[in-house]
Design a binder for this molecule. Structure first.
Ligand code: DGP
Length: 115
C-alpha cells in the first residue's frame, strides 16, 4: 500500500491536514510533533504507509536509512550536540499512530533509562 486514506500521517503527507513541515524529499517528510517533549521534537515519516519501523524495514531498508539521514541532517542544522531517535513499536511501547515514525528529540538534557 502506498498511502492509507484513514491514516493521519498519510493525510499530513498529502497536505490534507496541516503540520509544521521541517523537511521533505521523495522518501521522507519531517514535521514538528503536536505534543513536543523537548525543544526539538520532530517526527520523520516515510512517504509510504507502513505501520511501524519493522514493516518499513522489510519493505525498504533504503527508506529506513533515509529517515535516519534526515534526522541527522536536521540535528546538525539545528546545532544539536546530541539527540535521541526513537521508534515506538506497538501499543505496549507507547505507539499511538500506526504509520512508522522516527521521533527526533533534543535541545535539552535527556535522562536514561527512558520512562
Ligand atoms: P507515538 O506515540 O510514538 O505513536 O507518537 C505519535 C506522535 O504523533 C505523538 O508524539 C503525537 C504526534 N501526533 C499525533 N497526531 C498528530 C498530528 O495530527 N500532527 C502532529 N504534528 N503530530 C501528531
Amino acid at each position: 500500500m502506498t498511502l492509507d486514506p484513514e491514516c493521519i500521517f498519510c493525510k499530513i503527507i498529502e497536505g490534507q491536514i496541516p503540520a509544521e513541515i521541517i523537511y521533505r524529499n521523495e522518501n521522507v517528510v519531517a514535521f514538528n510533533d503536536l505534543n513536543p517533549q523537548a525543544p526539538t521534537h520532530i517526527l520523520i515519516i516515510p512517504t509510504l504507509h507502513a505501520e511501524n519501523a519493522a514493516a518499513i524495514s522489510a519493505i525498504s531498508p533504503t527508506i529506513i536509512a533515509a529517515m535516519h539521514r534526515a534526522a541527522d541532517a536536521i540535528a546538525a542544522e539545528r546545532g544539536l550536540t546530541g539527540y535521541r531517535s526513537v521508534f515506538n513499536t506497538g501499543a505496549d511501547a507507547g505507539q499511538s499512530v500506526f504509520h512508522a515514525h522516527l521521533h527526533l528529540i533534543g535541545g535539552r538534557g535527556l535522562a536514561w533509562p527512558p520512562g
